[in-house]
Design a protein. Sequence first.
Length: 352
Amino acid sequence: MLLSLLAALLSATACLDFGFYDTRCPNAEAIVQQTVAAAFGNNSGVAPALIRMHFHDCFVRGCDGSVLIDSMPPGSGTAEKDAFPNNPSLRFFEVVDNAKAALEAQCPGVVSCADILAFAARDSVVLAGGLGYQVPAGRRDGNISLAGNTTDLPPPFANATQLVQMFAKKNLTLEDMVVLSGAHTIGVSHCSSFAGVPNNPGDRLYNFSGSADGIDPSLSKAYAFLLKSICPSNSSRFFPNTTTLMDLITPTKFDNKYYVGLQNNLGLFKSDAALLTNATMKSLVASFARSEGTWKSKFAKSMLKMGEIEVLTGTQGEIRRNCRVINPTSTAGARNVIARSGSSGFTGVAAS
Ligand code: HEM
Ligand SMILES: *[C@@H]1O[C@H](CO)[C@@H](O)[C@H](O)[C@H]1NC(C)=O
Ligand SMILES: *[C@@H]1O[C@H](CO)[C@@H](O)[C@H](O)[C@H]1NC(C)=O
Ligand SMILES: *[C@@H]1O[C@H](CO)[C@@H](O)[C@H](O)[C@H]1NC(C)=O
Ligand SMILES: *[C@@H]1O[C@H](CO)[C@@H](O)[C@H](O)[C@H]1NC(C)=O
Ligand SMILES: *[C@@H]1O[C@H](CO)[C@@H](O)[C@H](O)[C@H]1NC(C)=O
Ligand SMILES: *[C@@H]1O[C@H](CO)[C@@H](O)[C@H](O)[C@H]1NC(C)=O
Ligand SMILES: *[C@@H]1O[C@H](CO)[C@@H](O)[C@H](O)[C@H]1NC(C)=O
Ligand SMILES: *[C@@H]1O[C@H](CO)[C@@H](O)[C@H](O)[C@H]1NC(C)=O
Ligand SMILES: *[C@@H]1O[C@H](CO)[C@@H](O)[C@H](O)[C@H]1NC(C)=O
């Protein structure tokens, strides 16, 4: 009785450790950092890509590397990474592959794909000019990836209430949500996330309901015209790969200019503009626009919280040898058959 109580307590507090790889694979974090830095040196888009990949990993079945698993059979579109919120917008999976290959060469079967992603996201924040933070590790990799589970990702047309609810489902607060949205200070978006196809609920440029010119009144007119030139009507159909910068002021710097832009109606998504529709959120936006230091330190704390969502630890899950494929010995092969029937909840619109 006492023993099982103790066991329950231990498993309830089972958590991640700082320096988890210090003895197991001492160069693990350095190897990830060097791989990410090299890729970033070639293309600074690597930083936003890996930060978002970690977010999309954590919000769907926890931070278990499930976003990295390829659909089985190939092309069947059954895995998370092939669902609308992720495909084609998630990018630079090959950077994770490169880090994993280097780690397998040095410490085979030791460093999880989920931890690689958590380290890589932190390294990306630092490379882009944000504040560094220690990442506790010991996450294990999951063996299920279902496109249908990506409905846990907030879509770009979410309103303030929906955003709060979707973050609350992951035990993140309203403040975490406003803080983490600041990641939109770097990176790019496809037209389909804010314009494009008919009946796109995220359309802020052509058919915004209740607006005479079709433009979302909460979007700066000048910015709307710029966006229309980049994303001509129906462009997501004809130019599905066109992207635009998310922070016009300092597109590649991990600074607080996202919040400054927001206050000037330069938020790109409805979900960005939504942060001004609630008094609590609006005052947080104002405080982060005023103090970059405050936002940067809060960002690090909220990223740590996000990085702990439903992690697998101890003997749960596995250490994947190849981040794209569950281990061959895994009985989870059977689960991947289930994965074949998965499908995304969203159609036609990129989310998150
Ligand atoms: C609050 C709810 C959020 C929504 C609705 C949202 C939505 C989106 C969408 C639609 C895109 C553009 C995808 C595309 O069309 O290419 C995007 C990009 C991005 N998001 Fe979010 N996001 C949210 C929160 C977050 C969070 C919490 C993070 C990370 C902490 C994040 C980091 C990023 C980054 C870095 C990019 C740029 C990706 C790139 O350049 O490859 N977002 N987001
Ligand atoms: C550098 O980036 C370009 C395109 O951005 C890509 O084609 C090339 O493979 C990259 N090279 C390396 C070494 O990562
Ligand atoms: C993932 O999708 C499966 C199949 O639709 C469902 O049974 C399960 O509850 C979902 N899990 C999560 C965490 O959303
Ligand atoms: C937010 O969206 C939901 C779902 O579309 C809707 O029911 C709700 O009324 C909206 N809330 C506000 C404040 O607009
Ligand atoms: C949120 O916290 C509760 C209580 O600690 C826990 O049972 C639940 O699993 C957590 N959910 C997530 C998504 O982390
Ligand atoms: C514009 O939106 C309305 C409903 O909001 C819809 O009935 C109509 O088909 C849309 N038109 C286009 C071109 O998207
Ligand atoms: C997009 O194309 C459809 C038909 O292909 C057309 O009916 C619709 O009016 C177009 N939308 C806009 C905003 O031009
Ligand atoms: C868009 O990108 C995808 C993936 O790189 C490519 O297969 C497709 O041909 C591109 N489409 C257009 C219209 O350029
Ligand atoms: C802001 O949103 C939160 C969460 O939905 C809600 O509890 C709060 O009442 C809202 N605040 C205001 C001033 O509308
Ligand atoms: C796959 O994951 C499930 C759930 O965590 C677990 O029960 C099962 O044992 C796993 N299989 C392997 C071999 O990892």
